[in-house]
Every structure is written in C-alpha cells, then in structure tokens.
Design a protein around this ligand. Structure first.
Ligand SMILES: [Zn+2]
Length: 466
C-alpha cells in the first residue's frame, strides 16, 4: 500500500442576483438578446467612471457574515490587469490585499455530524462577457459583463471528492437561503474551479494542477477522481507532476492539458483609482441573518432525521421551515412519509419549492386527523395528491371527501356486510377476533371511505362480540 497525501482546494464564482450590474446601471439579464444590456461602462469605453452597486456590497457582506468571516472596516477595489477579449477594459475590477470577507468557515453535514471547513477569502468583483465558439469564430455577449461576482476561495484542505461535493452542496444552500443568488450551475451562476495535488507522504512537492470546465457537481466529482488516479499513477512510475491547468472533457471522461504554468502570472494589481476606499455600513453588520441550513441540520438531527432526508428537506428553505414547524406538534417518524413521499412525489425539483397549497397549521390538523383515524390513510394520500396537483387547500378537500356518514347509515351497511360475509362472522364468533378488521375494510369500501374506521370497528364489535 502506498501512502498518498491528497490536497484539493476550491475557487468558486457566484453571480449575485442584483437588479443592476456591479459598476453601471445596466440591467442584469443574461437571457435577453445578446449585447442588449450594455453601456459605455461595462464595455470599457474611454472616459468612463464606475460607481459601485450598494446592493452587491450588502449581499457580499451578508455572505461574509453567514460564513463567519472577518470583515474589515474599510474596503477598496483593485485592478487586475490582463488582456482577454471578454474584458475590453484590459483589467478586471476586483479585490486584492483586502477582501470583503476572510478566514471564514462553512458548516457541512457529513455522516449526521456538522463539520466546519475553512474559507480563505471572499472577494467582490465583476463578471466578464460570455464568449461562444461557433465554427472557428468567437462571439461575445456583453450582457454578462459587469454582473456582480463573488469569488470564494478555500485553502487546499479537502482530501476526497465526496467531501468536496458535500462542501459545495452546503455552500450553495447557504447562498440560496440568503437569497443572494439562485446558484444555477447550468446557467453558470455557481462555477467551481479546483486544484489538486497528490503526493507520496515521504516526498511532498509543491506542484498543483488546476482543473477547469467543471459544469456540474457530477463533473467535479468525476474529474477529481480521474485526476487523483492520474497523479497517483505518475507518482508510482516515478514521474514528475507538472504544474498546469487541465480541462475536463465530459464526453471522454478525462482531463487534458490546457496550459502549462512555468510561472505564476503577475497581474500588476493596483488600487482602483476611480473608486475611493469606503467604510462598511455598521447597520449591515448588525442586521439579523435568516436561519441558515446548519440551524435546520441541527434541529432535524435532534428530531431523528436521517442524513439523506435532511439533505432533501433542507434543499428548500421554505420546506425546511415548514417541516420544523410541523415537528413542533408531531413526532418526525409520523411526519416524514407524508412530507418526503406523499408531498414530494408531486414536486419536480425540491429546491424550487417556495410555497405549498396549504398552511402549516392546516397540515398539522390534517395529520392529527390521520393519526386519530378520522381520515383513513388511503384517503389522506388521495387528498394530498389532489391538493398538490391542483394547488388546492387541504381543509376544503377534507370537507368534500369526508362528509362522515351518520351512525344509522353505517349500521345499515354493517348489516349488509355481515350478511354477505357469514363465514368471517363465524370465525370471529368462534374466537378469531382479528378477522374483524376485514369487515371494517368491507364497510369502509362500501361507504367510499366516508366514515371513521374507528367508529365502524366499535359498531361491529358491539354487534358481534357481545
Ligand atoms: Zn453597463
């Protein structure tokens, strides 16, 4: 067995969902026709003056606070100088030397336990344009250029792709709970670059391979597994691992060299002269944060939920809050099937749940009626289905479905059922009392579920057992 040391670090870019761009009043809307939401500022025309978006700074501070970062009293922006067609100014306005948040942490749910992983820094910067390569030509869409972007960097503290994926899921959830980004990975609102280095324990070197083009969590996991194996094999053959950037090829499921890095780029950072340093508003540091995923993780663990169940329930802040309120009244094991199966089977993507057709108190009443036997289970399932599919409140459906039959009506049906099932009646009278539930079922069926099965059972017992 060879002893390897695996180190993985992450660099995450998150688009903030503000109305306007970071340094100009252009609308944030990447779905409009290309190059519609642009102005001289975000296209880098001469003589422009950028003006920072307060909402974006506020959002960045919210994220920094939620991740327990140190936040400085004063902030300033810097210029990162480089040439690339998607950034026509020739520099990106970002942060250097001082970050809006530093030395924070992300609570991650692992094996029913919350572990904390460090964040090195959070920088607020501007997004670049989107480039398309079609038939050998490059097309640029500047609708994206200038959208506020957070850069979240971790130290290389991860040693397995599984932990990385859980970390990213937790971080994404926090951003969604704060409502600062939708973090849609397909749309590029949450992008991840990683660096990986594998070393033999007895011989640590400073190589680092960066991985790019990771467009989904599964791509990140596959690419990391592939890259770890690739580096292990090189080490076993006694070969050197180059410092380079590699691209993940989703079709071939392999990484290939994009560029080798013999030196670290020098971006000639300097403080942005057009935006004076500014003070962080004190009220932004005091405002209450909304309940974050780890609050729900802890509560749900206490209530006895399993890891997978917690992951599902907390993927929507609305559902997490809804579930916890229900759990104040009813134990988890009586609730979980109704939420995880009966409700969620009618939902395409749990993350998208922002409301339900019924209130928590309505749902609690409904569950209590089920638990007391006032609503038969199968009818309850039917009621949830109709409610979810047609967006109807529960109370009305319960009233419609359960116009409970009066005692005389039930008695009549009981008489019928007893006549039709003489052999069962005989069994019961000769001591096989449990067979009574068969008759309850027959009566309920004839009444189309519109009776309380407990009451039916009592009436049957009165008739047959006395
Ligand atoms: Zn603009």
């Amino acid at each position: 067995m060879d002893d390897f040391v695996i180190k993985i670090g992450l660099e995450i870019h998150v688009q903030l969902k503000t109305e306007s761009k970071m340094f100009c009043p252009c609308k944030v809307d990447v779905d409009s026709e290309p190059n519609k939401n642009i102005c001289p500022i975000c296209t880098g025309q001469p003589g422009i003056l950028p003006s920072p978006n307060k909402k974006a700074i506020y959002y960045a501070i919210l994220v920094s606070r939620a991740l327990n970062c140190k936040i400085p009293d004063f902030l300033y922006f810097s210029r990162k100088n480089y040439f690339y067609p998607d950034l026509p100014k020739g520099y990106q306005i970002t942060q250097y030397g001082i970050s809006i948040g530093s030395r924070g942490e992300v609570p991650v749910l692992l094996d029913k336990e919350i572990k904390y992983f460090p964040i090195e820094r959070i920088n607020l910067e501007e997004e670049t344009a989107k480039s398309f390569h079609i038939e050998g030509k490059v097309y640029l869409d500047f609708n994206r250029c200038g959208i506020p972007l957070l850069e979240i960097v971790t130290p290389p503290v991860f040693d397995s792709p599984f932990v990385v994926i859980n970390f990213l899921k937790s971080l994404r959830k926090i951003l969604i709970y704060l409502n600062v980004s939708d973090c849609n990975m397909e749309k590029g609102e949450f992008r991840v670059d990683t660096n990986v280095s594998v070393n033999l324990r007895e011989k640590i070197s400073d190589h680092r391979v960066e991985l790019k083009n990771l467009n989904s969590l599964s791509a990140i996991k596959d690419a990391l597994f592939y890259e770890i194996e690739r580096q292990k094999n090189l080490l076993l053959k006694g070969e050197k691992i180059e410092r380079e950037t590699r691209l993940w090829d989703e079709e071939k499921k392999e990484t290939r060299v994009m560029r080798s890095k013999e030196f670290v780029e020098d971006y000639r950072y300097f403080p942005e002269p057009d935006i004076p340093p500014f003070k962080v508003k004190e009220e932004w540091l005091k405002e209450n944060l909304p309940p974050l995923p780890d609050y729900f993780y802890k509560k749900l663990i206490e209530k006895g939920a399993e890891l997978k169940e917690i992951e599902v329930i907390t993927s929507s802040p609305f559902l997490a809050d809804f579930t916890l309120k229900v759990l104040e009244e009813i134990p988890y094991k009586k609730v979980k099937g109704w939420i995880l199966t009966e409700i969620l089977q009618h939902v395409e993507n749990v993350e998208d749940i922002k409301s339900l057709p019924f209130s928590t108190s309505e749902f609690i009443d409904f569950l209590n009626k089920i638990l007391k036997g006032e609503i038969p289970r199968h009818l309850g399932q039917e009621i949830i289905k109709i409610s979810m599919q047609n967006n109807l409140p529960l109370n009305k459906l319960i009233e419609e479905k359960i116009e409970i039959k009066g005692e005389s009506e039930i008695e009549e049906v009981i008489k019928e059922v007893i006549e039709e099932n003489a052999h069962v009646v005989e069994k019961i009278k000769s001591g096989k009392v449990s067979a009574i539930s068969f008759l309850v079922g027959r009566v309920m069926e004839k009444l189309k579920g519109k009776a309380n099965p407990k009451e039916v059972k009592e009436l049957l017992e009165k008739r047959l057992l006395n």
